[in-house]
Design a protein around this ligand. Structure first.
Ligand SMILES: Nc1ncnc2c1ncn2[C@@H]1O[C@H](COP(=O)(O)OP(=O)(O)OP(=O)(O)O)[C@@H](O)[C@H]1O
Ligand SMILES: [Mg+2]
Length: 366
């Protein structure tokens, strides 16, 4: 294993505003060249974390390191970073060129170099030719790209992006997201990207940091966050899920058997969420299943590895490439995402639903 110095490290950061504990002991390492996203609901402390790294805020306790050097007391302009703010603004009275040149002048870059650097970065964000436009003469997406270009043009060690796509429509968001990913890999700049959009985080990141109420719930790769959530919060925050309640009836080496209403279902030990991994008969539990992991069929005939239970269709929604089907199951509504649609199905149809034990998640009810 290599022991390269992390590009950014936060150790034991605590931040309070008045009596409100906004960051409750955050530890975080960002590797060189990595694109890391901070993901979590509004108010969980993402921007505060980014501002600690940028130096706009100082933690009450704990330290920040950049390239192994303690920067806790170092002001933002000495931290060598590019930042795009959440409520970002370009200088409205300056052209695109002057907006980009601002940071270069501050850094006393030679005039001959200025144009070269600006040309190159405009090419990267695909805005060549728009140098003389003012921000008001650009579309929202173009403005965001100028903001990103302005952060990049000074060739920072570290790029900090706070919800840079949040004011854009879905299509543009998607396009720019891909562009940021491409740019980041091309330049190799270590990047921290803040978002509350889980799809954005999963599609962009090398690793995702899921935050909740001032704490880090999990740091992992996108697939691992999705498939192996460490906490109930992460499971619920990432993707859709159905939940129902049950009681443990028995356990063996492979599985935990759970009685849920009239039905008995089983869960693999691998799928226990949370720290508490011991289960005894009579324990009350919550079971979770993702909509795309529910199998729906017309007959109860066993299908490979699925345990099937009776249910009734309550709603059918066509989504273009798949169907979203709501069924009543044990007095609860389950949402299913499937391609296995039968034209005979309608509201009220009796069907069978099931899942593989390895797709079901289980957590002890507190
Ligand atoms: N300067 C401040 N003074 C007092 N409270 C603040 C200040 N800045 C942030 N907060 C509070 O700290 C908490 C975390 O704020 P932060 O901006 O880090 O959240 P966020 O995760 O970025 O949320 P969003 O997704 O809405 O941008 C919130 O409860 C917020 O109200
Ligand atoms: Mg924020």
């Amino acid at each position: 294993m290599t022991t390269a110095i992390s590009d950014v490290e936060i150790k034991g950061a605590i931040k309070k505003f008045g009596s409100n504990i906004v960051l409750n002991s955050i530890d975080l390492e960002v590797k060189q060249g990595e694109l890391l996203t901070l993901l979590g609901p509004s108010g969980c402390g993402k921007s505060t974390t980014l501002n600690l790294i940028a130096g706009f805020l100082e933690a009450d306790q704990g330290d920040v390191f950049i390239k192994g050097k303690k920067v806790t007391k170092v002001p933002p302009y000495k931290r060598d970073l590019g930042m795009v703010f959440q409520t970002y603004s370009l200088f409205p009275h300056m052209t695109v060129y002057d907006n980009l040149n601002f940071g270069l002048k501050l850094r006393k870059i030679a005039k001959s170099e200025q144009k070269k650097k600006i040309d190159r970065v405009l090419e990267l964000v695909k805005l060549s030719g728009l140098e003389q436009r003012y921000p008001r003469e650009l579309s929202g997406g173009q403005r965001q790209r100028v903001a990103i270009a302005r952060a990049l043009v000074v060739e920072p060690e570290l790029l900090l992006l706070d919800e840079p796509l949040s004011n854009l429509d879905a299509k543009l968001r998607h396009e720019l997201r891909l562009e940021i990913k491409r740019l980041q890999k091309e330049i190799g700049v270590t990047t921290i990207f803040v978002t509350h959009d889980q799809e954005e985080a999963l599609s962009l990141s090398d690793r995702v940091v899921v935050m909740n109420a001032g704490k880090i719930e999990q740091i992992s790769t996108p697939t691992s966050i999705y498939k192996h959530p460490k906490t109930e919060f992460v499971f619920q925050f990432i993707g859709k899920s159905n939940s129902f309640e049950g009681m443990v009836t028995s356990t063996d080496q492979e599985r935990i058997m759970v009685q849920a209403g009239q039905e008995v279902t089983s869960v693999s030990w691998d799928n226990v969420i949370g720290e508490n991994r011991t289960f005894q008969n009579g324990d009350e539990v919550k079971l979770y299943i993702r909509p795309e992991n529910i199998h729906i069929s017309e007959s109860q005939e066993a299908v490979d590895g699925y345990e099937l239970h009776p249910a009734k269709i309550t709603q059918l929604n066509y989504l273009g490439t798949s169907w979203e089907i709501d069924v009543a199951f044990m007095g609860k509504s389950l949402q299913i995402l499937t391609n296995e649609y039968r034209s005979s199905w309608k509201e009220g149809s009796e069907v069978f639903v099931g899942w593989k034990p390895q797709e079901l998640k289980i957590i002890r009810k507190e």
